[in-house]
Design a protein. Sequence first.
Length: 192
Amino acid sequence: MSTELFFQKIRTYHAISQEAELAWTKILRPRTYKKGECFITEGQLPKEIAFVVKGLFSQNYTTDAGDVVIKYFFPELRLAASVGAMLNNTPSKYTIVAIENCSVLVYDFLEFKNLLLTHSDIAAFYIKYIEVHWIIEKEPLEISLRHYDAKTKYGEFVQKFPQLIRRLKKHHIASYLGITPTQLSRILLANK
């Protein structure tokens, strides 16, 4: 599996040198997941990050009542991981499961952290990635999911993830939005 796509995406956050690319390439491993297979399971001590070359993952957790709640989707060109658990060296509170067959490039988080010490350009990428996905994207999303009505949440979902609408089942979207499939069906009927 070519690493070209991976580094094209990395460079959208920060330029990295050929030396850094070579060092990072040495820890990349291709892997595939069939639909329904887990990259990370709830309760597991996660060790790796996956770059999605092809396919789609969802990140979810199970409530005390046994309901599965989707927290996030990882389509192509996204990094999938349970970063909080890796940073704290604690079991993951989330499961990351393949919604479609997936081809990924994985790398060990501790090996990656070692690269940060020797390659300032990789460290700059990491900082920019965290800023974009953990602060700039996350704050408005949390407000939307907690304070808006179902119709508004669905409208924002369509606007943010138009490429996912045809790839997801209604129950995936409803779970992500925190609404029932019946509520979603009503919204879809009203929008026709």
